[in-house]
Design a protein around this ligand. Structure first.
Ligand code: ATP
Ligand code: MG
Length: 233
């Protein structure tokens, strides 16, 4: 593994009880790289993120993060290794204020709360609102902001713009681009291939717990049958 590799997963097999969901996934995330993760419903995207985070640890396979074996590491150890998570549904604490949600997550580094508020001016106006009182778009900004204030080396974002109005989704995509420009690696799950292609260095498509495509956005654009079969577009 080269020192530009942040996450290196090989042959991941992940189960929920007896249900075998990931059937041997290989995935590499390099420093500062943005990877788009796509696939139809139920194909294993969230399960792959959860496997990398130690939330649903793989039963077989290897996982190295920043050079360390993390195949059976607990989620808190993986978080401390610099892997942040923006889960589907955002995971905001609804009864805490926006400020408290950020304060709880913050760790020393370049991304302090002021910088996050500069990135998301809307959040600055909502600091004293409850996490459960703000709009879906603001919750997503808060979830991304909360990941950023941990000063991670990478952020795994599930369903980045699901349920958001187009104008808000545009803000989220601008943020994903800003995160990339700041040198933080990301794995982003979303349905919007056009938006993902504009920000991603590479695209990975899953089907039934296997990788069926891995390549650049341009390589995917040149394969309409893959897009049709695995993304329905
Ligand atoms: N907690 C769970 N217990 C049992 N099976 C689960 C659980 N979570 C997901 N699964 C199953 O694992 C498979 C992969 O689900 P996963 O959520 O990883 O897919 P996904 O690609 O993220 O789908 P979506 O696009 O709907 O979010 C599906 O068959 C799903 O029903
Ligand atoms: Mg999912």
């Amino acid at each position: 593994m080269s020192d530009t590799t942040l996450i290196e997963a090989a042959g991941l097999h992940t189960y929920y009880g007896a249900s075998h969901v990931l059937h041997g996934i290989d995935l590499t995330l390099r420093r500062s790289e943005t990877v788009a993760l796509l696939g139809r419903n139920g194909m294993g995207k969230t399960t792959l993120l959860r496997s990398l985070l130690g939330l649903t640890p793989p039963r077989r396979g290897s996982l190295r993060i920043a050079g360390r074996d993390m195949a059976s590491a607990r989620p808190d150890r993986i978080a401390r290794a610099g892997v942040a998570y923006v889960p589907e549904g955002r995971g905001i604490f609804p009864t805490l204020s926006v400020r408290e949600n950020l304060l709880l997550a913050a760790r020393p580094g370049a991304w302090n709360i002021e910088r996050v508020l500069g990135t998301f001016p809307r959040l600055a106006q909502r600091l004293d609102h409850g996490g459960g009182q703000i709009s879906g778009g603001e919750q997503q900004m808060l979830a991304i902001g909360r990941a950023l204030v941990t000063n991670p080396s990478c952020i795994l974002i599930d369903e980045a713009t699901e349920g958001l109005a187009p104008l808000i989704a545009r803000d989220i995509w601008a943020t994903v681009a800003a995160i990339r420009a700041a040198g933080i690696a990301t794995i982003v799950v979303d349905r919007n291939l056009a938006a993902l292609s504009a920000v991603a260095d590479r695209v990975v498509i899953l089907a039934k717990g296997l990788t069926v495509f891995a390549g650049t956005p341009a390589e995917l654009a040149a394969q309409p049958e893959i897009k049709h079969r695995h993304l329905g577009i």
